[in-house]
Design a protein around this ligand. Structure first.
Ligand code: 5GP
Ligand code: ZN
Length: 113
C-alpha cells in the first residue's frame, strides 16, 4: 500500500526499533510511548483497521494474538498489560494500517475511554 506509514516500516523504508518479526507479523516500539513499554504489533500485509478484518484475513489476527503474549513475556510484563486497537476517527486512529498497541510497565489508568 503506497503512502502507508506502517507498510513503509515493514519494507524498511522507514526505520523502527523492532522487538519481534516473523513472516507475517512485525512488532516495534512506538515512537511516542504512552507507557514505559509501548509496542505496536502489525500484520505485514496491509489491513486498514479492525473494520477490514474478515474471514479471509482473520488468521493473521489470531496469529498476532499468539505473538502478543510472547512479546509481553520477553518485555517482562509480569504485572499485566493492555492491548488496544483504535478503529476510526472516534477512537483517534491516526495510522490506517491495523495495529495493536501493547501498553505496560506501570499501573495503567483505570479509564478506558
Ligand atoms: P493510532 O493513533 O493510529 O492508534 O496509533 C498510531 C501510533 O503510531 C501512535 O501511537 C504513534 O505514536 C505511532 N507512530 C506514528 N508514527 C510512527 C513512526 O514513524 N514510528 C513509530 N515507531 N511509531 C509511530
Ligand atoms: Zn499499510
Amino acid at each position: 500500500m503506497e503512502n502507508c506509514l506502517f507498510c513503509k516500516i515493514v519494507k524498511g523504508d522507514i526505520p523502527s526499533t523492532k522487538v519481534y518479526e516473523d513472516e507475517k507479523v512485525l512488532a516495534f516500539r512506538d515512537i511516542a510511548p504512552m507507557a514505559p513499554t509501548h509496542i505496536l504489533v502489525i500484520p505485514k500485509e496491509h489491513i486498514g483497521s479492525v473494520n477490514e478484518v474478515n474471514a479471509e484475513n482473520a488468521a493473521i489476527v489470531a496469529h498476532i494474538f499468539t505473538v502478543i503474549p510472547q512479546i509481553a513475556a520477553a518485555e517482562k510484563l509480569e504485572g499485566g498489560y493492555r492491548v488496544v486497537s483504535n478503529c476510526g476517527p472516534d477512537a483517534g486512529q491516526t495510522v490506517h494500517h491495523l495495529h495493536f498497541h501493547i501498553l505496560g510497565g506501570k499501573q495503567l489508568s483505570a479509564e478506558m475511554a
